[in-house]
Each structure stands twice: as C-alpha cells, then as structure tokens.
Write a protein that binds this ligand. Structure first.
Ligand SMILES: *Cc1c(COP(=O)(O)O)cnc(C)c1O
Length: 252
C-alpha cells in the first residue's frame, strides 16, 4: 500500500514535469506563429515519442496532445495496441523499409517519409489489399526531400521530386498531402532556414504542376521549430523539448 502510494507520487512528479514541458512547447509554438503573423491553429505539433514509454504518451495524450510521431514500425504498433483506448493520431516519421509497408499501411494518419517509387508502390499495394482505395481510406503520405543532399540521409533529391510526386499522385491507394525535410544538423538553427525555404518553394512548384493545393510542410524539430514555422511549417515534429532526452533504445 505504502509502496504503491510512493510509486504513484513519483510517477506524478515525473508526469507533472512532462506536462509542464509539453505546455511550454505549446506556448512557444503558438508564440512563434503569432510573431510571424500566422494563425497558431495552422501549426500542429507532432509529439515525437520514439524510445519513450507508452505511459508517457498516455499522459501527454490525456492532457490533450492529439498527434504523436514514431520512427519504428514495431515500436509504434506496440504503443498503438497499449493505447487503443486513447484517441491519438499516429504519424510515421522514420525510415520505412518497403518490406514493412504492409505493417504500416492503414495504421498511421500520415506517413511523412515516402522517398522512393518502390516504397510508394509497396504502401499503395498494402493499402489496396486492405480495401483502402475508397477515397476516405487512402493512406495519406508526405514525400521526404533530402534538401541537404546528405548521402546517409533518406529523402528524394529535389530534381527527382516532380517525377515521384506524379507517380504517387497516380496511385489510388495513396493521397499525397505535402512534403517533409530534415536539414543537416547544426548547432545554429538559422542554418536550417534555407532548407525550410527550399521545401516551401518545392511545394509551391509542385502545387502548380499538380494543379491543386497540398496541405502540409512537415519541418522543424526541437532546436529549429521556430525557424520552420517562420518558413511555413504546418507540422512540427518535436521530441526532446517535450519528453526530455531519449533513453537508449531497448530491444523488444
Ligand atoms: C527524432 C526525430 C524528431 C524529433 O527530434 P527532437 O530533436 O528530439 O525534437 C523529428 N523528426 C524526425 C524525423 C525524427 O527522427
């Protein structure tokens, strides 16, 4: 009995800190939007919960955070099962192997990281296999662009974006909803700004090409979300500022 009370008190202290960080992030995001004359409603926080336990996701979700981003399919699906009774919009933001596409299809509100024809087709086939070619059941995706042209990083090169976008647009299992990028890491967040501006320009070019608007620019993380918002981000993917430093990856 006493033990369970002290455990509850400990968990309560950690949970209070977590919710305080989340509240601060919400305020910073809203301020960044207001500073550049944008409607704060037009910028959604995707809380990046990779490696963090599902209990923490539950605490932040119950406080009102709607969207969570995960990087690993198995970890994400495990959390989804644990949190089946909580209303959460799950986003996939990690590298997706084509052979995992069938596990991911239909399980995420948005897949941010489509960067090849092979992956697009695998997601399309998996979605169609689940009866997902009805308009409302299409898998929404973003195309990830490797704006920094880093060889080790995922993402399509800017010059290959139009062809991939037209291919995705033609796949009836998918719905192209915008673009995502992850600029090269630098201590100075201002160095990310040209990448964010480039992504916005690429989206505008694509909108002209496709003859329709695209909803999302997924860009900005803990250290550079303010710059991303100033450059037009609609989705900011924030992990560390909400959950604290990531624990080491635990297997299983
Ligand atoms: C981990 C991760 C984030 C969150 O990074 P933080 O610096 O912790 O905010 C955002 N986007 C992607 C693609 C990630 O892998």
């Amino acid at each position: 009995m006493e033990e369970s009370i002290s455990q509850a008190a400990g968990a309560g202290g950690a949970a209070a800190e977590l919710l305080a960080r989340w509240g601060a992030v919400r305020a910073w995001v809203a301020e960044a939007a207001a500073r550049c004359g944008r409607d704060p409603q037009g910028v959604e926080i995707v809380a990046v919960s990779k490696y963090h336990p599902w209990m923490e996701v539950a605490a932040v979700a119950r406080a009102g955070q709607a969207a969570f981003g995960e990087n690993y399919v198995q970890e994400a699906l495990t959390k989804q099962d644990r949190l089946a009774d909580v209303d959460i919009s799950w986003h996939f933001i990690g590298k997706l192997q084509s052979n995992k596409a069938r596990l991911a299809a239909g399980r995420f509100a948005l897949v941010h990281t489509v960067d090849s024809s092979k992956l697009a087709r695998a997601l399309h086939n998996a979605t169609i296999g689940q009866g997902g070619d009805r308009p409302g059941a299409r898998q929404a995706v973003l195309i990830q662009v490797n704006t920094g042209r880093e060889p080790q990083k995922s993402g399509v090169a800017a010059e290959n974006l139009p062809a991939l976008a037209e291919e995705v647009e033609a796949l009836e299992g998918l719905r192209l909803a915008g673009l995502m990028c992850m600029p090269p890491f630098d201590e100075d967040p201002e160095l990310a700004r040209p990448h964010f501006a480039e992504l916005r320009g690429l989206k505008e070019d694509l909108e002209r090409r496709l003859g329709r608007g695209l909803e999302h620019l997924s860009m900005g993380m803990t250290q550079d979300f303010a710059q991303a918002i100033e450059e037009g981000a609609t989705l900011v993917r924030i992990g560390t500022a909400i959950f604290g430093p990531r624990p080491m990856k635990t297997q299983g």
